[in-house]
Design a protein around this ligand. Structure first.
Ligand SMILES: NC(=O)C1=CN([C@@H]2O[C@H](COP(=O)(O)OP(=O)(O)OC[C@H]3O[C@@H](n4cnc5c(N)ncnc54)[C@H](OP(=O)(O)O)[C@@H]3O)[C@@H](O)[C@H]2O)[C@@H](O)CC1
Ligand SMILES: Nc1ncnc2c1ncn2[C@@H]1O[C@H](COP(=O)(O)OP(=O)(O)O)[C@@H](O)[C@H]1O
Ligand SMILES: [K+]
Length: 561
């Protein structure tokens, strides 16, 4: 069972794929109404966990303007409230002396149907329910649920302003069926309710977001929670959606794995990185009889007189990877400071340019670039180190390029330059570097997954596109997305730490036949988990890049899988 849950948590779907999976379930005999009951029942229970109702016993009056007609009627509503009366405080509801008032936003499709089943369930659990439904045409099942809700006396409004006094809102306007840009009056209603700054729980995805790209289609609900149904929708894992998604979680409603596999294939093309996937490679296994050169020999080429810190941070990231042997090539003048920070590493002082960049690599005798299991090149180099970058690209060692390594590659021409390489290449750009490297690929701001996949296919490299939701693609089109991180990492030097960690892991992985994209995904996960843990203990402001390096080992020593 755990295995099923794990597999489900890795799956990421588009709207089309979700619809095909759903069609298989219905074709197999599950009735759509029964599935909606099941799913919405799970949502209602989760909402009760998030916002428990400590209501007062009693009766309430509610002024009702019925949906579908303009007349206003006053109907007395008898609420079935819990037997215990209490006055409690919560972070969301400073003083709760009566039941919680929930605004339910109902759209025309089955997302609206889900919301209406939730409305009914919460109503019977003692919540006070007010419905907003402004569509003249509803899908049949949704219309039936609305009719039943109204028969219970639940008030239903066509004006969003009527819901302003609700304690929180449930967003069932649109789910994965939204394909067109939202227009008024619904767009204006969404803008209005966003201004209220109320907690909003979105069903499946915040209404207004594109299911695949996470793009805002005109306007969108700014949710505090998103309860994603059945399988993760790709749009929720795109950076541009994150301002709207809030805390996202999956409501697993037992979609059979066979149906998922029938639609996505045995090896889905887009996967979420989970703790279990990361720990399938961590800690890297080490046989009892081994030696340092068998456990990965990594060469870092980094730093300049101007950027000494980048070299130290990259090296500290590599140290945390457990790599067997760490060699670090830096400009001669940086050698003492590197030695003092990393006494275990072999520091190779290199001749410098006038500007303090590495002028040429001067490796120890009997060592050439092919001696290394991996080479990482770039952090702090400056653009004056072009010759060095050309030299490592020409080598046959697995290569990680970052920072100025990427900027120099972009100047050389990314695709023709990399075409000559036979060994593995990993590129780790942030969005700006990505655009310089791949000017012909559509801006990743629109669709990061599409962009990173295209970049990997064109360049033949494994590409890690940094961001709030880092995405990694291999040239065959497989994409890994890192679903959890923290803005605490948006801080100078944290990318250098990732480069070091990733390079150290890659140097070990090549000796252990682990797929490159898998170890890159593991590195991205490990790095962000360290950021999350550090932010929990020290606040988001307390995660400088050096501190981050100190948290890396804590993730391995206290695994929470
Ligand atoms: N997957 C599953 O197994 C399960 C799925 N379930 C639920 O079903 C949801 C999907 O339901 P859905 O297909 O009815 O689509 P949904 O998102 O509710 O809305 C589409 C409606 O909006 C309309 N419309 C579109 N764009 C518009 C616009 N710009 N402005 C205005 N209107 C617009 C469009 O109508 P149209 O105008 O195109 O005819 C259509 O009627 C899913 O997210 C989940 O919550 C669960 O109940 C059970 C398990
Ligand atoms: N908002 C964010 N949320 C989560 N992670 C972030 C965010 N912004 C940046 N990061 C992560 O921080 C790191 C920043 O790397 P980079 O931009 O190369 O910084 P630097 O060059 O200063 O080291 C990347 O791993 C990136 O994924
Ligand atoms: K929704």
């Amino acid at each position: 069972m755990r295995n099923r849950q794990e597999q489900i948590s890795q799956v990421v779907v588009t709207a089309v794929q979700m619809r095909h999976i759903e069609e298989r379930i219905f074709a197999a005999g599950m009735h759509v109404a029964a599935l909606m009951e099941k799913v919405a029942g799970l949502i209602a229970r989760r909402i009760q966990d998030i916002y428990p109702n400590f209501g007062q016993e009693g009766e309430k009056d509610a002024g009702t303007q019925r949906c579908g007609d303009a007349e206003s009627k006053n109907v007395s509503v008898s609420l079935r409230l819990p037997l215990f009366a209490s006055s409690v405080s919560s972070p969301h509801f400073p003083s709760l002396s009566s039941s919680i008032r929930v605004g339910i936003l109902v759209g025309p499709g089955h997302n609206g149907g889900d919301a209406l089943v939730v409305a009914r369930e919460l109503y019977f659990r003692g919540y006070e329910i007010w419905i907003y439904s402004a569509f003249s045409k509803l899908k049949e099942l949704t219309a039936q649920h609305l009719q039943y809700a109204q028969s219970l006396g639940i008030p239903c409004y066509q004006e969003i302003s009527q819901l302003q006094d609700c304690d929180f809102l449930v967003d069932g306007l649109f789910g994965y069926g939204l394909e067109r840009t939202l227009t008024d009056p619904i767009a204006a209603a969404i803008d209005r309710l966003n201004e209220w700054n109320k907690p909003i729980i979105s069903i499946d995805l915040p209404s207004g977001l594109h299911t695949y790209t996470g793009e805002v289609l005109g306007t969108a609900i700014r949710a505090t929670h998103t309860l994603c149904l059945g399988l993760w929708k790709l749009g929720l894992l795109q950076d541009q959606a994150l301002d709207y998604v809030g805390k996202a979680e999956l409501i697993d409603f037992d979609i059979p794995l066979a149906d998922v596999q029938a639609v996505l294939g045995d090896t889905p093309k887009i996967k979420r990185i989970t703790p279990a996937t990361a720990f399938s490679t961590l800690p890297l296994p080490r046989p009892p009889v081994t030696h340092k050169y068998k456990e990965g020999h990594l060469l870092l080429i980094c730093g300049s007189r101007r950027y000494a810190g980048g070299a130290i941070l990259t090296a500290l990231g590599a140290r945390a990877s457990g790599v067997g042997m760490l060699s670090i090539a830096v400009p001669e003048s940086l050698k003492p400071i590197l030695v003092s920070h990393l006494p275990e590493a072999l520091i190779v002082g290199c001749p410098e340019t006038e500007t303090g960049a590495i002028a040429q690599l001067q490796l120890p005798e009997k060592t050439d670039l092919s001696s290394f299991h991996a080479i990482a090149c770039g952090p702090g180099l400056t653009k004056d180190a072009t010759a060095i970058v050309q030299e490592v690209i020409a080598s046959d060692a697995p290569l990680i390029l970052d920072a100025d390594g990427l900027n120099i590659l972009a100047q050389l021409g990314t695709i023709p330059t990399l075409q000559k390489r036979k060994a593995t290449t990993v590129l780790t750009p942030h969005t700006g570097e990505f655009q310089r490297l791949f000017p012909d690929i559509p801006d990743p701001k629109h669709d990061r997954v599409l962009a990173v996949r295209e970049a990997a296919a064109q360049s033949g490299a494994v590409v890690l596109l940094k961001g709030a939701r880092t995405a990694i693609a291999n040239p065959q089109g497989l994409v890994w997305i890192n679903p959890e991180s923290t803005p605490a990492l948006a801080r100078g030097g944290s990318g250098d730490v990732l480069t070091g960690l990733l390079s150290g892991l890659l140097a070990q992985a090549v000796t252990k036949q682990i797929a490159v994209e898998d170890i890159v995904a593991t590195a991205a996960w490990w790095h962000s988990q360290a950021g999350i843990l550090a932010a929990q203990e020290r606040t988001e402001l307390g995660v400088d890049a050096f501190t981050l390096t100190q948290y890396l080992m804590k993730i391995l020593s206290n695994p929470k899988v």
